[in-house]
Design a protein around this ligand. Structure first.
Ligand code: FAD
Length: 401
């Protein structure tokens, strides 16, 4: 287990020029912008009209910044970070800006937008079931590319609702989660490797299993000194998706786990290698009518134990509280009484037929305290029923009302 991390200066040939500039810099941001653009051709601006559109994210918190840079590659990122580090300029990393916490909202200083970070290009390793990805592309683009490149045999299972706007790097930094229950539904589980730049611009390649904390800290070495990075030791809440630095009360933690979900506070992720899953042949989609919220919770516990704590055996488990009936035009189709609640379950099918899978699941559900009768299980697989479930089939709606 290695607690000592060696970081590398990948722009050492520019050390002198960066030092000269930083020593002379007196807070003039147009000068900084010129420095980035003229010396390194880095896309950089202090134009407030352009910066204004990057000052906010989906949190709608107020923001402020003096300069915006949009680097193209890892070296440009390193130059920017190194210069800001030496000039003492706060840096805010910005991606798709869909976070809801304000973590991509700058308070002051420089915005480093990752929207142009599109290298390395996407590369699929079909045998090892992983994909190399740049951070500056929308997550859904990566997901579609994986399907194309693997001929629909593999897929990246993390599917947050924001996946069309959120960028790959943003989803790593927020540990974004999708529909799959349990830790396999969140990003952290799938990250095998990242290329990472520290706030001082130094580079680290981090592979899962390579670096582990010891005595609640990592030690990062650069050319001159050892940086002691303490890690939090509070108990992690037992929930699927939590942003903020990863922590453990007692165990040594993997450096990758610390960085995923840390919302950019430790540095910049510049590329990643993500694990993939075999794509199911099809899905069984069920909607269950249940008598109460407590019954839904009991059913969850039953399934959790049934699957030996691995809830990723289902690809979605969505709860419908009874209040949601107030917002449905087709509630009579899904519910038999105002007090009922519902559970949508998406079940992957790999080798079995849909009939066999249905029988298996009817059996599983029947054994849940003998509570669920078959008439309370709606199979949504028929295309018309599915569209109606999503309320897309007006004709069907008219016929059944
Ligand atoms: C309509 C909507 C639906 C959503 N649905 C979901 C959902 O289903 N599941 C879910 O988990 N979340 C969801 N979110 C929240 C959010 O979309 C995700 O957390 C997403 O991962 C943020 O990605 P982003 O590219 O927009 O990142 P940003 O908002 O731009 O940045 C988020 C944080 O990551 C940091 N960051 C970004 N890129 C990097 C990088 N390369 N290196 C280091 N730090 C970086 C930023 O500094 C910031 O702290 C939703 C948000 C909206 C608005």
């Amino acid at each position: 287990m290695n607690q000592n991390i060696k970081s590398k200066n990948i722009v050492s040939n520019y050390d002198y020029i960066i030092s000269i500039f930083s020593n002379d810099w007196r807070g003039n941001f147009p000068e900084l912008s010129n420095f980035f653009y003229k010396k390194f051709q880095i896309s950089s601006t202090t134009d407030t009209d352009i910066i204004d559109s990057y000052k906010f994210d989906w949190s709608n918190l107020p923001g402020n910044a003096s300069i915006l840079v949009r680097p193209n590659n890892i070296k440009e990122c390193s130059i920017i970070l190194k210069t800001c580090y030496k000039c003492n300029i706060p840096v805010t990393v910005s991606a798709g800006r869909t976070n809801l916490t304000g973590s991509a909202t700058p308070k002051e200083g420089l915005i480093l937008s990752t929207v142009l970070l599109r290298s390395p290009s996407i590369k699929l390793d079909i045998n090892n079931q992983h994909v190399l990805s740049p951070v500056g592309i929308p997550l859904e683009k990566l997901r579609n590319e994986v399907l194309d490149l693997s001929n629909n045999t593999l897929f990246y299972p993390v599917n947050p609702t924001s996946r069309y706007d959120a960028l790959v790097g943003g989803t790593l930094s927020c540990n974004a989660s999708g529909f799959i229950p349990g830790n396999k539904g969140a990003t952290r589980y799938w990250v095998k490797e990242i290329e990472f730049l520290l706030p001082n611009g130094n580079y680290i390649l981090i592979q899962r299993g390579q670096y582990f904390s010891s005595n609640f800290k990592f030690i990062i070495k650069d050319e001159w000194k050892n940086i002691h990075l303490p890690i939090p030791n509070y108990k992690r809440p037992d929930i699927k998706n939590a942003s903020g630095p990863y922590s453990s009360e007692s165990k040594n933690i993997d450096l990758i786990d610390l960085i995923i979900g840390s919302e950019g506070i430790f540095g910049l992720i510049v590329s990643c290698k993500l694990g993939l899953l075999k794509r199911p042949k099809e899905y069984l989609n069920l909607f269950l009518r249940l008598e109460s919220e407590n019954e839904a919770l009991d059913l969850y516990t039953y399934l959790y134990n049934y699957f030996d704590k691995d809830m990723s055996k289902v690809f979605a488990l969505e709860y419908f509280g009874h209040n949601c009936q107030n917002y449905m035009n087709h509630k009579d189709f899904l519910f038999n009484s105002d007090n009922q609640v519902g559970l949508y379950i998406k079940i992957p099918i790999y080798n079995q037929s849909i009939e066999n899978k249905s029988i298996e699941w009817f059996e599983i559900l029947k054994n849940f305290n003998n509570k669920i009768k078959s008439e309370e299980i709606v199979v949504l697989n028929d295309k018309k029923i599915w569209n109606y479930f999503l309320k897309q089939d007006i004709q069907f709606l008219i016929m059944h009302l």
